[in-house]
Design a protein around this ligand. Structure first.
Ligand code: HEC
Length: 151
């Protein structure tokens, strides 16, 4: 406590204390709870099937049926649409587990959203929406498969 406050005595001290507590209370109120929630990694949107052999095998079949015609056979041959091996590629190189988790979260949220909603650019549909045609599990399996493909 600064010497000045000790000298001026009780009231100044009490007022200073009230002011400090009010600022702390205001700061607590000013942080909306939904903002904290948005900063939390949403575990359910991180691909739960990453690296699992069974999912990779079924993902290969779903990929061949639904995606290969545009994204290239086996996800390695060039196709008319984007090379899907690029999504989340940099995450695998990260050594910090927390950073890697965040990186996967960003990539997985983007992957799933794109697959579910498709791609619309300047009003032109580049990719159909898949949400009524494949399940979330199938989409994760496809991603798990793509991630195993060599470059
Ligand atoms: C009819 C062709 C077509 C089919 C079939 C198709 N896509 Fe696409 N997809 C595209 C095109 C074109 C783009 C690029 C759109 C753009 O440039 O904005 C794209 C983009 C994407 C992207 C974003 C790529 C990036 O680098 O940003 C993802 C993810 C994706 N597709 C996943 C899939 C999956 C998974 C399937 C199979 C379930 C699939 N697509 C089937 C045409 C297709």
């Amino acid at each position: 406590m600064p010497a000045r406050l000790v000298k001026t005595g009780g009231w100044a001290h009490t007022l200073r204390l009230i002011a400090t507590l009010s600022v702390a209370a205001l700061a607590a109120c000013a942080t909306p709870p939904q903002r904290q929630a948005a900063d939390e990694p949403k575990a359910e949107r991180i691909n739960p099937l990453r690296g699992q052999a069974e999912a990779i095998a079924s993902g290969e079949k779903h990929y061949a049926r639904h995606c290969a015609s545009c994204h290239g056979e086996g996800a390695t041959k060039p196709g008319p649409a984007a090379d899907l091996r690029n999504i989340g590629r940099t995450c695998r190189r990260l050594t910090d587990p927390g950073l890697q988790q965040r990186c996967h979260l960003d990539a997985d949220v983007y992957f799933l959203k794109t697959v579910e909603e498709g791609k619309l650019r300047l009003g032109i549909r580049h990719m159909p929406a898949w949400k009524d045609l494949i399940s979330t599990e199938e989409a994760w399996a496809i991603q798990a498969f793509i991630e195993t493909r060599p470059r």
